[in-house]
Write a protein that binds this ligand. Structure first.
Ligand code: ITT
Length: 204
């Protein structure tokens, strides 16, 4: 079988995160008939893998097999150097069952204050966002692509656009946080955009 995506074909967006779903559909640029997983009542599978790539494949395969059509999944997160890479693959979990990112950001601020005291001159504000995008077909084949954008963690949080950890992440080369940028500006440089560039080259 050919591992490619044909313009106009149906594609499940295997995400239950509305912020991601918006960015994914902007990046797909109306090229496919995108069906959100929630619309089909597909359940969210437990994310049991320990890598972004592993979880992206798991979510895409789960949706493709349940729906009987190709599915695209995104597993992503923020890795903070001073927290030894946390929250990383646990980025969603730090927000708890009610997806409270104000709370998750407060937890990060608290942990960074402790890390600054402990690490002294070794303290750094460096961080990066990772996005792994997986496409899976119902027969079980899957492809995965990864993008990363580096930057710094800034406090206090700034901006009310975007979602998740956007208000505390300032990408390299910019003065604004992701949450202060217009959606098009974030979509032009984000980890999700970089993963999509590879996906587009390989599958379109
Ligand atoms: P799905 O699994 O249904 O796609 P999720 O929110 O659980 O939704 P993840 O497991 O990939 O997704 O969790 C990644 C978390 O990292 C996500 O909840 C966001 O809060 C955060 N995150 C990922 N990309 C981000 C971005 O571009 N800006 C801000 N936060 C982001």
């Amino acid at each position: 079988m050919s591992l490619s995506l044909i313009p106009g074909q149906k594609l499940i967006a295997a995400t239950h995160n509305p912020g991601k779903a918006r960015e994914i559909s902007a990046l797909l640029d109306d090229r496919f008939e995108v069906i959100p997983a929630g619309e089909l009542g597909l359940p969210e599978p437990p994310e049991t893998e320990v890598s972004f790539i592993g979880n992206a494949i798991l979510k895409a395969r789960h949706a493709a097999m349940k729906a009987g059509m190709a599915a695209l999944a995104d597993d992503s997160g923020l890795s903070i150097a001073a927290l030894d890479g946390d929250p990383g693959v646990y980025s969603a979990r730090w927000a708890g069952p009610y997806k409270d990112f104000d709370r998750a950001i407060e937890v990060i601020e608290h942990k960074l204050r402790l890390a600054k005291e402990a690490k002294g001159d070794g303290y750094t504000t460096r961080a990066f966002f990772t996005c792994a995008l997986a496409v899976a077909w119902p027969e079980g084949h899957a492809c995965v692509f990864e993008g990363r954008v580096d930057g710094d963690i800034v406090f206090p949080k700034r901006g009310d656009k975007g979602f998740g950890y956007d208000p505390i992440f300032r990408p390299d080369g910019h003065d604004m946080t992701f949450a202060e940028m217009d959606p098009e500006a974030k979509d032009a440089i984000s980890h999700r955009h970089l993963a999509f560039e590879q996906l587009r080259k390989a599958l379109f």
